[in-house]
Design a protein around this ligand. Structure first.
Ligand code: CP
Length: 306
């Protein structure tokens, strides 16, 4: 039985197979409409979500399966003090596969150890968000035709942004990847990402505070919001929240084929005027999230169609 806790749980070859399956699903939806007949997905979300939870549920319904779950800690027995370990043991009796989001780093690891069914980390605190990474990889692959030889700008809250941490982990395995890390000094990527991931893989990167200085060299610009829920101090959040705003003037500095990604939700960091730019790919990215989660559910349940 396999789980997905980190993007590194799949080899590069396995990720390629999953992306190819997702692309086939996109083109041939009806072929996959009954592959999960009789199967149940549980979604356990102890932190707010729109895209991840609903795209998982949409994915399972599109595969012919059904869904059950909780959308907040307050509506489950977690509010009475039940542990993640006990909750997962219960859910394993009620469903065939489970996706969980939890505010605590490491909760996914604990849950996977107790799960009697395939377990998917749908985000654990500021740590990892591997299914967002699969979504990001499918988006980049579909837009660029490759995951190799490109310069990726990551902009915003690189300290708390778990999508950024997961994406860096995943992309360092491809040749010719360079990063430009654009953040306020207080929100730089954690030391363990810089030392254990970037330096350990001899990845070329530089750190900047000014977005304009990077625009012209980027193939992908991955914007992120400032993660209000991870700040201890509201004043500090208010000081940071509008640090970056991507607008049409800044887009003029970018190449014609620089695509803009964002895991969403957006707050102020991308002006809505950018939405009409053909390089704005973040809503398409959310759509890819359904296809890649369909492919992931099939892969973890070891289901195939002829
Ligand atoms: N991208 C993402 O994780 O969005 P949600 O928080 O809405 O699930």
């Amino acid at each position: 039985m396999r789980h997905l806790i980190s993007p590194l749980d799949f080899t590069v070859e396995e990720i390629q197979k999953l992306l190819d399956l997702a692309r086939d699903i996109e083109k041939n939806r009806s072929k996959y409409a009954h592959v999960c007949d009789g199967k149940k997905l549980a979604t356990l979300f102890f932190e707010p979500s729109t895209r991840t939870r609903l795209s998982f549920e949409s994915a399972m319904l599109s595969l012919g399966g059904s869904v059950l779950g909780v959308s907040s800690a307050s509506s489950s027995s977690a509010a009475k003090g039940e542990s993640v370990a006990d909750t997962i043991r219960m859910i394993s009796c009620y469903s065939d596969i489970v996706a969980m989001r939890h505010p605590k780093e490491g909760s996914a690891f604990v849950a996977a150890q107790k799960a009697g069914i395939p377990f998917i980390n749908a985000g654990d605190g500021g740590h990892q968000h591997p299914t967002q990474t699969l979504t990001d990889l499918l988006t980049i692959y579909s837009l660029k035709g490759t995951l190799e030889n490109m310069t990726i700008g990551l902009c915003g809250d690189l300290k708390f942004g778990r999508t950024v941490h997961s994406l860096i982990h995943a992309m360092v395995r491809y040749p010719g990847i360079k990063f430009v890390l654009i953040s306020p000094p207080e929100l730089r990527v954690p030391d363990y990402i810089r030392e254990d991931v970037l330096d350990a893989h001899n990845i070329e990167y530089r750190e900047l505070t000014n977005l304009e200085d990077a625009m012209a060299e980027l193939d992908i610009l991955y914007m992120t919001r400032i993660q209000r829920e991870r700040f201890f101090n509201e004043e500090e959040y208010l000081r940071m929240k509008d640090y970056y705003v991507l607008d049409t003037d800044k887009m003029k500095l970018a190449k014609e084929d620089t695509f803009i990604l964002h895991p969403l939700p957006r707050v102020n960091e991308i002006s809505t005027e950018v939405d009409d730019d053909p390089r704005a790919a973040y809503f398409k990215q959310a759509q890819y999230g359904v296809y890649v989660r369909m492919a992931l559910i099939m892969t973890l349940l070891e289901l195939e169609v002829e």
